[in-house]
Design a protein. Sequence first.
Length: 334
Amino acid sequence: MEKRYKLPLDTVIRITGDSFGDSFIILLEDYLLANMCTCTSENVFHWTIKVICGVPKIDYTKFNEFSPTPDFDAKIKQMNNIEFVILFEKAASLCFWNTKQKIVKYYCNTDINNKSMVQDIYSIVRWIMVYCVKDKEWAILHGVALEFKGKGILILGEKGSGKTTLGSALLEKGAKYISSDRAIVWQDDNRLYHVMGWIGTYRLTKRSINLVLNFSKKMKIKDLLNTVDVFQDKYRFPPYALIKALGWEKKGKAIIDGVIVLNRDNKTNDNLYEISQNEFVAAVRCSIVNTNFPWGDGELVLNKEFFSFALQADTLSTACIISKLEEILDYDIK
């Protein structure tokens, strides 16, 4: 079997092998199609993932030489400038990378289940995205990205500050989904900043679900709630499955018109206010995650003057932030 998917950065990934069937593809696409689309062209592909059933004989005692990765349940060993190996510990599967040939050989056990294989494959897709980002000298930020009222918006803030809750509430108000946890950002030759999505799970706490969704919407994800993993009190949804169930719209990428920084540590201001350039740069730098990856520098300095607005919210509720944001965008549209 063979499937091809196109990333928002116009990179086509080909997945080949005899070890997976239709049920695997359906589950995989519940993750990938939130940020990618299927590609029907037979002659176009930039990366190949070969799925091979059966793990090769390797000296597992050398795995203590592997380094933990910053964002995945995996370990990595750099062999040379173009080759490295990743060990997925949960499924005891391996993948061998050749970045020059742009081939990833993924070896899995014969008894691996679809869910474990899907988690490994979409992790490989994310690593390909990281490599492409590094190659283009772009950055990956810990943040939520969406388009609301025709404006691209990036939401930044520390873990637990409410980024996904605010983003989900905006999606319920008609925003278009781009990314829920990581956002890929770059600047073009006209000094405009762009954002596109990242392959990963859509993470919501029970409190956020109750805050954002009405009873009818919660019934639509009832079956999903019974099947997804829960980690650190957060449901980890396949993003495309969640988007379909809730009837949200999605978009591959957008120009960033504005940035909202959530700073729950600051209790002195109960308004949505213009952030200073120094605070803005600090928030962006704290949000960059690809400095921790094997390849990346990840240096990105955003100047808030390039955006229509750069705002900070401290103690405001999600509903108040949305109300004030709508006032700003409606005024801008007029």
